[in-house]
Design a protein around this ligand. Sequence first.
Ligand code: UDP
Length: 492
Amino acid sequence: MAAAHFVFVPLMAQGHLIPAVDTALLLATHGAFCTVVATPATAARVRPTVDSARRSGLPVRLAEFPLDHAGAGLPEGVDNMDNVPSEFMARYFAAVARLREPVERHLLRSGAPRPTCVVADFCHPWASELAAGLAVPRLTFFSMCAFCLLCQHNVERFGAYDGVADDNAPVVVPGLARRVEVSRAQAPGFFRDIPGWEKFADDLERARAESDGVVINTILEMEPEYVAGYAEARGMKLWTVGPVALYHRSTATLAARGNTAAIGADECLRWLDGKEPGSVVYVSFGSIVHPEEKQAVELGLGLEASGHPFIWVAALAFLRELEARVAPAGRGLLIWGWAPQALILSHRAAGAFVTHCGWNSTLEAATAGLPVVAWPHFTDQFLNAKMAVEVLGIGVGVGVEEPLVYQRVRKEIVVGRGTVEAAVRSAMDGGEEGEARRRRARALAAKARAAAREGGSSHANLLDLVERFRPRHVAVSEAANGTTAPPPPPRQ
Ligand code: UDP
């Protein structure tokens, strides 16, 4: 029987690209043909991973599409979200949306099997037209937890912020069994806090509402009520497929995940091998957030004072001084660039993760059975931090309640060294409470592995996707929901 062909259209940003590629690779291990659409510099970051999967026989390929920089009025080289100056962000999104036509043309003429499903990041409303042009269903891909999606959906659906003048005033998220408080500044809605982006935010919502299903990098058993709640609120089928990082089983592919690491896997492992189990604090704020100098000083001093060995993904030259102090004694390892995060977290020496609570990082911590120090900065990170601290009980907060950037204005928020030290000590030592947190984290790790194993929920969902989107003459809604409907018009 012919295989499904999934076309992945990730947002060109590491936090979206990495899980999309891992999901494609997992689907390919179950026999589906997968195409990942990417701009050239973005594709370069994941090419080693995709090439190694191809060499092992997986039917997966990268399809590169350069942006029309001149036509879009974009500086040359702007290709990925982490190198787009904020004043060019709107033009960047417009340029990416213009890829629809070349992508569609390529997919119909490349000689590859005809696509059967588009799996597009929620930030690409234009992918609905791409799917319509190909006459296939469009699924929305989120690397977010269902808790975050449902909270965000409910505050908007029930107008929870209506009449609340203070953007930092906490409101209760409606429609949940648990009491969760959130402020408009913490959870403004996707792109809703950026002046001038109202239409884009509306387009995103329309595309989400009209899509044929949802694929999420989360674990059903970790948040069953929120997975069910979001599927019901949207009235569509939802496939949980996480943790997709578990696709990577070898040191080599773990170390190359998402980019070329700034440290050799061997050097990193040698350093970790010399440490006691559970003794090392890993510190990273993901691919977008980089602490400024004042904050970095406090963080460095707080880490040193905690007395625990640490690995810190650093970017500021003045930290060479700290490095000179801590490196010779083996007390700290600074990584100057991309870190092999998944490799570090899965090492037995890792003991806790100081994280900005990007969802990938949060899920990777849970998958490794590690408690987190939750230090959200913006976007979905506040809801993810609540997920880690309040829902899962594996996190210690650093007490940041306001986003660092809101409505394009950057605040001066500095977490002091004393707070850093106390939070790290609490996550690493923490007496009975700390032990309970670690126990809960280990239980989550067991759930994560069980979900990904044969017979587990995520494994079963991947198989279901591969089966349901095989080429056959079924309607979009039939494939996505198991209901019958008239078939879509044949493509001219
Ligand atoms: N990551 C990594 N090395 C780094 C920084 C990030 O491997 O030095 C990976 C990390 O493992 C995660 C992703 O990049 O898979 C970051 O996604 P997340 O949602 O945590 O944060 P974002 O970068 O989107 O803010």
